[in-house]
Design a binder for this molecule. Structure first.
Ligand SMILES: [Fe+2]
Ligand SMILES: [Fe+2]
Length: 442
């Protein structure tokens, strides 16, 4: 065994490792029968199998394993099985689910890690591309829902259908990367973007904590988050869509500030669970309830669920990064820094910690400038170093457009640094999203 290769159990498996061999298969499969022979050759095509046959150990191709063999290990996995070789969170979860327990591993080389990052970036972008239409439909469905509710028609089915579509296609994460790239209106697309960001962040937080959370299902979670501003359906459209800032205590401002109370009534009438009511009713309540920014007046911070405190953060985040026709938006990293300054003042500090652990300081979709003047989009935020994401470069230091787009993993390239961040619209205008969606990383 070469010195870098070691045996590990499933609990020690981590990203950045390469699986050299799958072991522990005798415990899993016993003496091979026809079905398990087929299973091995089907799952590891092109690999080799070390078997004990008639008391002798030998290495054969996986399609040559026979009934009665003991499968000692699967080894020499060909490069097209990279999804079974490069350890990712997804692979770990899948191996746990399938009951694999023992492996031979070696650390990935820097180049292998970079290539793996590029592959993941490309599949993320492909998913984001597919999610564009769903995001638009979901936003239309929210508008339709609110229009109906304004007329007294209480039905959720269209929004429910889109929620189901987002969950089933697992578009959530990919879709939330579009939040800072595409124009969003103040009400409907806002609800959808807050919903998908919330879905991704909440899931990650619960995974990190090893907890299940309070929602019955992902469907319930996403629906509850999307409906957090449902009460805006009772606010006149000219106020909702106004581009001017209302005076404090003006009737318009008061109408706007009434939306959480309307939400509470509507959600109760729709028979939705208490957590929905808390999310919608309390997401504007601040740590100091006497702050004018805290409303509805009289609502106590102590009654605000953890889930609602998280929604409050994401609500502000989306409002800052969401591009509207009449205002300049913030870059995602600038929004993160702004919220950090509010943590412990207006917003829950512990919830902020959980939030930033999930989003990173440069959320996916952020446009950053590196120390050599090159530009790139953030495609993944590592768990360990939140300020050193993976960046796919779109322009080199001399301002020349790059195609294909080199992957730069700042967790590996320690000498490189992010110098600046931008609102992608500021640099690329209306083309920002198209440029993001046509990234081809190498
Ligand atoms: Fe709100
Ligand atoms: Fe909101």
């Amino acid at each position: 065994m070469s010195e870098n290769v070691k045996e590990v159990g499933i609990a020690q498996l981590e990203e950045g490792m390469n699986i050299v061999a799958y072991q522990g298969l005798v415990e899993k499969l016993g003496l091979l029968d026809a079905k398990s022979c087929q299973w091995v050759s089907h799952n590891f095509p092109g690999a080799k199998a070390k078997v004990t046959r008639g008391g002798n150990e030998q290495v054969v191709r996986v399609d040559q394993v026979k009934e009665g063999d003991l499968l000692m290990q699967v080894e020499e996995l060909p490069s097209r099985l990279h999804h079974l070789v490069h350890v990712t969170q997804k692979l770990i979860r899948e191996l746990q689910r399938q009951g694999f327990k023992q492996f031979l591993v070696r650390p990935s080389t820097k180049e292998e890690q970079r290539q793996q990052a590029a592959r993941e970036a490309n599949s993320f972008v492909a998913k984001a591309k597919k999610s564009v239409a769903v995001r638009e439909n979901a936003s239309k469905a929210v508008e339709q829902l609110m229009d109906n509710i304004a007329k007294g028609v209480m039905k959720l089915n269209e929004v429910e259908g889109l929620v189901e579509q987002i969950i089933e296609s697992s578009f959530g994460a990919a879709m939330s990367s579009l939040a800072s790239l595409k124009q969003s209106d103040q009400t409907y697309a806002h609800c959808v973007d807050v919903g998908v960001i919330y879905l991704g962040v909440y899931k990650k937080i619960m995974q990190n904590k090893g907890e299940k959370g309070i929602f019955q299902s992902e469907h319930e979670l996403l629906l509850a988050a999307i409906l957090h501003d449902l009460g805006k359906s009772k606010v006149p459209k000219e106020i909702l869509e106004s581009t001017v800032r209302f005076e404090r205590n003006s009737p318009e401002m008061e109408a706007m500030r009434a939306h959480p109370t309307h939400s509470i009534e509507l959600l109760k009438e729709l028979g939705l669970p208490d957590y929905c009511v808390n999310l919608a009713g309390y997401h504007h309540v601040k740590m100091d309830e006497s702050n004018f920014a805290s409303y509805p007046v009289g609502f106590k911070y102590a009654d605000m669920l953890y889930e609602t405190r998280l929604l409050a953060i994401i609500d502000i985040y989306q409002a800052l990064i969401g591009r509207r026709s009449y205002k300049k938006s913030w870059s995602a990293p600038a929004a993160i820094r702004f919220i950090e300054a509010l943590a412990g003042v207006e917003l829950d500090e512990k919830v902020w910690d959980d939030f930033v652990q999930a989003m990173g300081y440069y959320p996916v979709g952020s446009l950053v400038e590196l120390d050599d003047g090159s530009l790139g989009f953030v495609l993944k935020v590592p768990q360990k170093d939140l300020k050193r994401p993976q960046v796919v470069l779109v322009r080199d230091g001399s301002g020349k457009d790059l195609k294909p787009n080199p992957m730069l993993d700042l967790a590996l390239e320690k000498e490189r640094k992010i110098a600046k961040d931008y609102d992608p619209y500021e640099i690329f205008g209306e083309q920002a999203m198209d440029i993001f969606l046509s990234l081809k990383s190498v």
